[in-house]
Design a protein around this ligand. Structure first.
Ligand code: NI
Length: 161
């Protein structure tokens, strides 16, 4: 396993639309393990493959004290409600912004064994799913800012995805 360098703005891979994964082969499995290790090392709660320079539709989420989630070709199939959240991104270091996210989402995709899964989420997990799936479409949380007044310097204990 390896800790991969995290790509930051303005690297073009962050603005690309990532490709679907058609075959979960050993290279994809290795990428999943490396992304997990990279996420833990960076103390992030989620990571999308383009953040490590690979434009494939793959995300990992690791919320403290909850089981890790790996989602391949993930999609949000339902969103409901709206709330204001503080959000940071490992690819936009040093800042946190206040944006609107859904209160709850349903996402679907495949796990690392190719099994179809569906996740109903709220709170931090819903936010992480929206944030990471945005990455696969070249979208960063700063694109959701209504004003740069809603952006501020990050404090040490704040979470990043
Ligand atoms: Ni991010």
């Amino acid at each position: 396993m390896a800790i991969l360098p995290i790509r930051t703005l303005p690297e073009p891979v962050l603005r690309q639309k990532s490709k679907r994964i058609s075959n979960i082969d050993s290279a994809v499995r290795r990428l999943i393990e490396n992304m997990r290790e990279t996420m833990y090392a960076a103390r992030g709660v989620g990571l999308a493959a383009p953040q490590v320079g690979t434009p494939l539709r793959l995300i990992v989420i690791g919320i403290p004290e909850e089981e890790d989630i790996v989602l391949i070709n993930p999609q949000i199939v339902r969103r409901s409600g709206e709330r204001l959240v503080d959000e940071g991104c490992l690819s936009v270091p040093g800042y946190v912004g206040q944006i609107k996210r859904a209160e709850s989402v349903t996402a679907k995709g495949r796990d690392q064994n190719g099994k179809e899964i569906r996740i109903k989420a709220d709170e931090l997990l819903a936010q992480a799913l929206e944030h990471e799936i945005d990455h696969l479409n070249g979208i960063l949380y700063i694109d959701h800012l209504e004003s740069t007044d809603n952006l501020r310097k990050i404090a040490p204990e704040e979470i990043e995805f």
